[in-house]
Ligand binder design. Structure first.
Ligand code: ATP
Ligand code: LTN
Length: 327
């Protein structure tokens, strides 16, 4: 069975962008792949996090994985920090990476732009992400479009290791959805929807109550004109809402355009809000049930145990190949 790995940072409330771009594919792939889905807490601390908020968000992300349909009987769900090998292999791969290639990472450039002091962790972060993937020899990595460049670096590091120390790592492939790989911000269609955006009106959180969803969608910026038409170059905002609609309702873009022909944005946005609410409400119901049951802690313990068995072996093999004296 092919192996799949992915992770989401507990750096805020999960958004519809995370769901459409990544989590829906996690659910899809779990049936016929050996899956590892992590909450990447070691990545989240590359920017400052309040300790209490980090702990709460970590439990919330893990619970949302299960609420969204990831089945702990099929996939390993765990916290990155519970499997020590990630940090250890992260360091080993950091020593194989070059300043120049890390400086080119757009996520680093975006997150460090305008900051007076830039954390070193933010800079070396892609080597840790490479370790996350390579430690399980993952074949496929379901992510949104913004992670393509990090995947490319992971492939380069795997190739570099293999040519220096002999073939060992699988060179992974990204797995990116055709529609919804880049859900844009509701207030600015030139930026991706992001959970760490300080303006909560810019994103729909998976745990937003229905009335908040309705309000956010009714206030979402729309292009001038009134025609509901998919045209990312000339109508980026309406096109973004159309992609969200298409994903949540399971209709093609053409079907939605036909449905709203001659009707203007008002009716379209009103229906879109209901379509989104109908996806989120059952997920929120399951979220509350799992949170109340406390079962997530057992799920995370079992997931980490199974993951660590694989990860520890990889770290041992890698250290042996690199010339470490083993204990
Ligand atoms: P942050 O704002 O803290 O950087 P984020 O919202 O970008 O967070 P991540 O934890 O970095 O979320 O990403 C988790 C997964 O969700 C990744 O696979 C990423 O590609 C995907 N993803 C994030 N935002 C979007 C988006 N707007 N559209 C599609 N996929 C997305
Ligand atoms: N860098 C990713 C999160 C992430 C990840 C991973 C994704 C960390 N490790 C391994 C896929 C595989 C992000 O910022 N979205």
């Amino acid at each position: 069975m092919k192996k799949v790995l992915s992770g989401i940072q507990p750096s805020g409330q999960l958004t519809l962008g995370n769901y459409i771009g990544a989590m829906q594919n996690f659910v899809k792939l779990q049936n016929d792949h050996e899956c590892y889905f992590m909450v990447v807490d070691l990545h989240a601390i590359t920017v400052p996090q309040d300790p209490a908020a980090l702990r709460e968000q970590s439990e919330a992300v893990a619970t949302l994985y299960v609420a969204a349909g990831i089945d702990p009987a099929k996939a390993n769900i765990f916290m990155q920090s519970h499997v020590r090998g990630h940090a250890e292999l992260g360091w080993l791969l950091t020593t194989l990476s070059y300043m120049g290639e890390l400086e080119r990472m757009t996520q680093f450039k975006d997150k460090s732009a305008g900051k007076e002091s830039i954390g070193t962790g933010l800079f070396v972060y892609p080597a840790l992400m490479a370790a996350d993937i390579l430690i399980y020899n993952a074949d496929l990595v379901p992510v949104g479009d913004d992670q393509k460049q990090h995947l490319e670096l992971t492939r380069d590091l795997a190739g570099r290791f293999n040519s220096r120390y002999g073939d060992y790592f699988t060179v992974p492939e990204p797995y990116i959805p055709k529609i919804g790989a880049r859900v844009m911000s509701l207030d600015d269609a030139s930026k991706k929807m992001s959970k760490s955006n300080p303006n909560p009106g810019s994103f729909i959180a998976l745990l937003d109550p229905p009335d908040v969803v309705r309000k956010k969608i009714s206030r979402a910026t729309t292009d001038s004109g009134r025609e509901v038409k998919f045209d990312p170059a000339d109508k980026p905002e309406v096109s973004n809402l159309l992609s969200i609609y298409s994903h949540c309702a399971g209709l093609s873009i053409e079907q939605i355009e036909a449905k709203y022909e001659g009707q203007g944005y008002g009716a379209f946005k009103k229906d879109l809000a209901e379509v989104v609410v109908s996806v989120l409400e059952p997920l929120q119901q399951r979220y509350r049930e799992i949170r109340e049951s406390g079962e997530i802690h057992n799920i995370l313990r079992q997931g980490a145990e199974r993951a660590a068995a694989v990860a520890d072996q990889t770290v041992r093999d890698v250290k042996e190949r690199m010339g470490f004296l083993l204990p």
